[in-house]
Design a protein around this ligand. Structure first.
Ligand code: RIB
Ligand code: CA
Length: 315
């Protein structure tokens, strides 16, 4: 059974990635072994709180949540979420839909320690799915690269290779929030799959779909209202399923079609946070980053149906 570890800045689409992974587990396709949190869409403490709330709404209080990085590698001050984050994800980070607080407490183990413990314990069976800034992942590599490399597969949401960024013309949000961490991770030589805006913009969900969830009961309504907040930010023209697509590729490899590249991260200039592929890699570079470029037409309706089936069963 594939073990999935989600590493996230729990906002709206991260929450949908948790729900999708839980649905896949119900179908017998994967096991969610934990969530490690990070600042990004929200502050780290809010990411912890939201992860626990979403798990509780899904009836999955058995899944442990490990608090992680509260700031970027180079930042002196703790990250504080700003107005732009509230506009996209709501003041609570999960669409102000009214998800009840969980009674469960987070774990006392730090995210970075848990990532390394899981790498040691599960090795090739483990897939790590970072869907926020790559701070925890970079810190795990810095602390113990040898143990980190035991992880079977890394499927991260972040970056934009051949399309514009979403926080600047150059940079995608997860990379922009900690370019130094992204550089450590994407230029580490460790094989990984990058699910960036090139491919996540091709997978969308619309309010006609969330309207159906509202007819399923309390949980369906909470998830629908949360997603509608995100859709409203996108002028009601649906929203990209960034983080769920990374989770889907982790659970069902082949959901996304990829090509291998040497990916670098810009940390200076106006293009800070840009991910780019080099045509003439330096000696020692390898095409170790599989970049997502296409989406399977059949996989997406299937994973949406699975998610919907679970919301229906939860009522
Ligand atoms: O650019 C999209 C990414 O930034 C998603 O992971 C979203 O949740 C935000 O973190
Ligand atoms: Ca995210």
């Amino acid at each position: 059974m594939k073990k999935i570890l989600l590493d996230m800045d729990t906002g709206v689409d991260d929450a949908l990635a948790i729900a999708l992974t839980a649905a896949a587990e119900k179908a017998g396709d994967a096991q969610l072994i934990g969530i490690t949190t990070c600042f990004g869409n929200v502050e780290n403490t809010t990411a912890v709180r939201n992860s626990l709330s979403i798990l509780s709404a899904l009836g999955r209080t058995d899944v442990p949540v490990f608090p992680g990085s509260d700031r970027a590698l180079a930042a002196k001050e703790k990250y504080i979420a700003g107005e732009e984050c509230f506009l996209i994800h709501g003041h609570d980070g999960i669409g102000d839909a009214g998800f009840p607080l969980s009674e469960k407490a987070p774990e006392t183990t730090d995210s970075v320690d848990f990532i390394l413990q899981a790498a040691e314990k599960y090795g090739a069976e483990l897939t790590l799915v970072p869907t926020g800034p790559l701070t925890n992942v970079a810190r795990a590599i810095q602390r113990d690269k040898k143990t980190f490399e035991k992880i079977g597969r890394i499927v991260l949401m972040g970056g934009a290779l051949a399309v514009k960024g979403n926080v600047s013309p150059y940079a995608e949000a997860n990379i922009s929030n900690d370019p130094e961490a992204a550089k450590i991770v994407l230029e580490s030589g460790i094989p990984m799959t990058m699910i960036g805006l090139d491919v996540t913009h091709k997978t969308r969900i619309y309010s006609e779909e969330t309207a159906r969830w509202k007819t399923y009961g309390v949980t369906g309504t909470l998830f629908a209202e949360m997603t509608d907040y995100y859709i409203a930010f996108n002028n009601h023209e649906g929203c990209s399923l960034h983080d769920p697509l990374a989770a889907a590729e982790a659970i069902w490899p082949g959901t996304v079609g990829t090509l291998p590249f040497t990916v670098k991260v810009e940390t200076e200039s106006v293009a800070r946070g840009r991910t780019y592929a080099v045509s003439y890699p330096d000696e020692g570079d390898s095409d170790h980053v599989q970049v997502g470029l296409t989406v399977s037409k059949t996989a997406v309706p299937l994973f949406k149906a699975l998610l919907e089936e679970m919301l229906l069963s939860l009522g």
